[in-house]
Each structure stands twice: as structure tokens, then as C-alpha cells.
Design a protein around this ligand. Structure first.
Ligand code: ADP
Ligand code: MG
Length: 449
């Protein structure tokens, strides 16, 4: 079966869910949706980057796309044939044609084996019996990665991290692969060494017409060597673009926040990005709607209100806490009393019940950084009713009204990865708004499906 493109490596709807179990009996308790339908293509001689915070599914994507663990769903084409349908012989050939390097070079080096022998191992596995020939190939590669042939007889502990990564690279290249998947290959190295290793990778990539998938949490790293980049968040691609486009015209708020947090002399495209708060949410219970909306600094406000983004963002956070009944009234009262000695001096162990309703409401606003009054009157009235409900005096459905009034399109459904222009795709309703004005279309190729 052919996938109908000229890509060497083509991944479609790749999905990996891990069963989540609980207790001694390992009862099923849902799924960790580590990778949730990602797709991309890599041509010979091309470097494709995957970037995203730790925990967003990059390594799982790497091992699943190479079938080092079985994907839950999706298709992977290598040289036009479906990898998931390979027989044992085809899989063996693939194991030679596709090599992987890891963050920790020690994972492919046996401490009790000379590094030359370790580096020659893939050749042994592939059935090359001629020891002298193996040594010649490895010696040549050692020179090319900036080591010397004499280094072959030394042991891993005699080398620095950067040198070991060079050896790991020589090892991966010994069998003349067509595809190299590098998962955080320089993350453990000093910044000064990082560039050297990346340059080496680039050299091989162009000399050998290698297709490379480079995974990193560091945008600076992908920028140095990648032709195109996918930004991954919580199991999905949220933006895919040629590297320069991604940096000069980032369209997804997640990309913008990542860029804003990179120290670079060229802040172009940082846009309104602010610092990224909190951690990647639990992939066994990803947020409804756009998975990024719980952290997004650009969540789309409901049309009927006129709210500054900062107020809107805080209302959203406050609302989520209220919905979960997670507002700690006693704690807020305690802090309020401490800060208002004059009014409450001498009150021991204050609780929500021992302070005035008006104060408590004011302190809740302070705790959640909400304005004392919101300028938009209708928004203010919804919030004020909700505060009454929360401190126990208002109508019980005020919180429901808060949720209904301030619901955003971003939490209703997950925006698909759509085409902005040739080669550039992003999954964000902000883009849809722009597009619906100019009339765009759904993209194909790199996708989330
Ligand atoms: P990244 O490489 O981007 O840091 P990973 O692919 O390592 O992310 O992990 C993605 C998510 O999948 C994480 O929440 C991680 O805890 C979870 N995960 C990874 N491997 C397993 C596994 N074998 N079983 C269950 N969950 C896993
Ligand atoms: Mg990882």
C-alpha cells in the first residue's frame, strides 16, 4: 500500500493511549491520552521538529511512530509502505533504516564495552560478520563525528556527555539509515556543546540526505536545525509551520507563549504572549474544548460583554474554581482578617462566618485578582450575584448563571488544525475568526486526525 506522497516518512492520526489502572487489582481507571492523533510528513534531506513542554507526549510520539511500542491507532508509512503492517523481515529492515538517538547517550552505550564495539553493534545485529570491515566503518564515522579512531578502544566513562552523544550518533549512522529520530539529543548538554552537536547533525543530514525528526522542549534548538516545526500540546499538534514562519508569524497562543519564554535577541513574533503559567494538565483528563484554554492568555471572551482580556481571564479562572466548589472561604477570611487588623483585631481563628459578608466578597475579589467592580455592568451583575451565592446568601443558581454567561467557544469544542496558508496550520478559534472574514479552507497533510 502506498500513501500517495513523495515523503519518506509519513505519520497519520498517530495515537497512543496508555491504560490507567488503580489499586492493587489494577482496575481500569481511564486512559492516559499521551498522543492523540498527530500527523506529519518528512522528506529525505528534511529535518522536522517537534517542540513542546515536558509531558506533552513527544517521546511517546517518537517511540510509537517507530513502532518501538504499538500505537493505539493511526498509520505510519515508511518509503510508501504501512509500517504497522510490516512482517518480521520488513520490520528488521526498518530497524536498520530508522535509527533513534536519545537524551541520555548512555542508554545506547554499554559501560563494560569499548565504545567502538558499542558503535558497531547495529552492524552486528544487521548481520555484518566481518569484524575488520565493521571497525573500518566505525573508525571512519568516529573521525567524521570529531573523535579519532583510537577512541574506539576506550570506555564510555572516559568521555564527556558531548563526546558520548557523538559516539551515539556514530552508532546510529553506522548502518546508513534513511531516517533518524532524535529525542532531546542535546538537552543534557552544556549550551556551548549543544550547537556543536546540532551542527554535526545538520552536516550528516545534508550529506546523507537523511530525514530527521528532531524532538526538543527548546525552541532555540529546533530553530537551529529544523526546516519545519510542529508545536505539540497535550498529545496534539497545535501548530505546524516552516521554521522561519513559526518564529516570525506564530498563530497559536501556545506557540506565542513558548516564544515569549525563550531568551532570544530577536523577540519578533513574541506578540502579546505572556509567561506560561502552571503545568501541562493531566493527559488522562484533558480539558474540554481546546486543550490549551485553561492556560491560554488569549481565550476568546463572549461577544456580549466588553471586557479587557485580563479581567476576562481572571473571571474564567474564578469561574472554574467556583464550579468545582473549590473556593476556600475560611482561608480567604483568615487572610482578610490578618490584613485588616484594625477592623478585626483580636479575632482568633477567623472563619467565613465570623466576618462580614461585604468584606468576604471583597476579599474573594482580591484573592482572584478580580476588579472591585467590573466596568461592564452586566458582567458586574453576574459576578456580584455569584459572589452572593458563594458566600451563601444569593440565589443558588447564580454560579450556573456565571458559567453560562462567561462560557467561551474555546471550551466548547476542540479546534481542528486548519490551514492558514500553504504549509502553515494552526488549531485555534482566533484563526477561525480571522479566516471566516477572508474565507479559508481546511487543510490536509500535517494534521491532528
Ligand atoms: P514528553 O516526551 O513530551 O515529555 P512523554 O511522551 O514522555 O512526554 O509523556 C506524555 C504523557 O504520557 C505524560 O503524562 C506521561 O506521564 C505519560 N506516559 C508516558 N509513558 C507512559 C506509560 N508507559 N504509561 C503511562 N503513562 C505514560
Ligand atoms: Mg520526552
Amino acid at each position: 500500500m502506498n500513501d500517495g506522497t513523495d515523503a519518506l516518512f509519513s505519520v497519520r492520526g498517530l495515537t497512543k493511549h496508555y491504560p490507567l489502572t488503580e489499586g492493587l487489582l489494577n482496575e481500569a481507571a481511564g486512559q492516559v491520552r499521551a498522543v492523540d492523533g498527530v500527523g506529519f510528513e518528512v522528506r529525505r534531506g528534511e529535518t522536522f521538529g517537534i517542540v513542546g513542554e515536558s509531558g506533552c507526549g513527544k517521546s511517546t510520539a517518537a517511540t510509537s511512530m517507530l513502532r518501538l511500542e504499538e500505537p493505539t491507532d493511526g498509520a505510519v508509512f515508511f518509503d510508501g509502505a504501512d509500517l504497522l503492517e510490516y512482517d518480521a523481515e520488513a520490520l528488521r529492515r526498518f530497524r536498520r533504516d530508522a535509527q533513534m538517538i536519545f537524551q541520555d547517550p548512555d542508554s545506547s552505550l554499554d559501560p563494560r564495552m569499548s565504545v567502538g564495539k558499542s558503535a558497531a553493534e547495529p552492524l552486528v545485529v544487521q548481520g555484518m560478520d566481518d569484524r575488520k570491515r565493521r571497525r573500518r566503518i566505525v573508525a571512519d564515522l568516529f573521525e567524521r563525528v570529531g573523535l579519532s579512531a583510537e577512541d574506539m578502544d576506550r570506555y564510555p566513562h572516559e568521555f564527556s556527555g558531548g563526546q558520548k552523544q557523538r559516539i551515539a550518533l556514530a552508532r546510529a549512522l553506522s548502518v546508513n539509515p534513511k531516517l533518524l529520530v532524535a529525542d532531546e539529543p542535546v538537552s543534557a548538554l552544556d549550551v556551548s556543546i549543544q550547537s556543536e552537536i546540532l551542527r554535526l547533525l545538520s552536516e550528516f543530514q545534508s550529506d546523507l540526505e537523511l530525514a530527521v525528526v528532531l524532538i526538543s522542549h527548546d525552541l532555540g534548538v529546533v530553530r537551529e536545525v529544523c526546516d519545519r516545526v510542529a508545536v505539540m500540546y497535550l498529545g496534539e499538534f497545535v501548530e505546524v509551520a516552516p521554521t522561519e514562519t513559526l518564529f516570525s508569524d506564530p498563530r497559536h497562543p501556545y506557540t506565542r507563549t513558548l516564544l515569549a519564554s525563550v531568551p532570544t535577541p530577536d523577540p519578533a513574533g513574541g506578540g502579546p504572549g505572556t509567561e506560561l503559567r502552571g503545568d501541562v494538565p493531566d493527559p488522562s483528563a484533558p480539558p474540554d474544548g481546546c486543550r490549551f484554554h485553561t492556560r491560554c492568555p488569549e481565550v476568546i471572551p463572549p461577544e456580549e460583554f466588553d471586557l479587557p482580556q485580563s479581567t476576562w481571564r481572571r473571571l474564567l479562572e474564578f469561574r472554574k474554581q467556583a464550579e468545582q466548589d473549590a473556593i476556600d472561604l475560611d482561608g480567604i477570611a483568615r487572610v482578610g482578617v490578618l490584613e485588616n487588623e484594625d477592623d478585626y483585631g483580636g479575632l482568633e481563628e477567623p472563619t467565613a462566618d465570623s466576618v462580614s459578608v461585604a468584606d468576604l466578597k471583597r476579599w474573594i475579589r482580591a484573592e482572584y485578582d478580580l476588579p472591585r467592580t467590573i466596568e461592564d455592568e452586566r458582567a458586574e451583575s453576574v459576578l456580584s450575584d455569584a459572589l452572593d451565592a458563594i458566600v451563601g446568601e444569593g440565589p443558588a443558581d447564580a454560579i450556573d448563571r456565571l458559567s453560562a454567561a462567561f462560557e467561551t467557544v474555546c471550551e466548547q469544542s476542540n479546534p481542528p488544525l486548519e490551514r492558514i496558508e500553504a504549509n502553515h496550520r494552526a488549531a485555534c478559534y482566533l484563526e477561525e475568526e480571522t479566516r471566516s472574514e477572508s474565507g479559508g479552507s481546511t487543510g490536509d497533510g500535517d494534521s491532528n486526525s
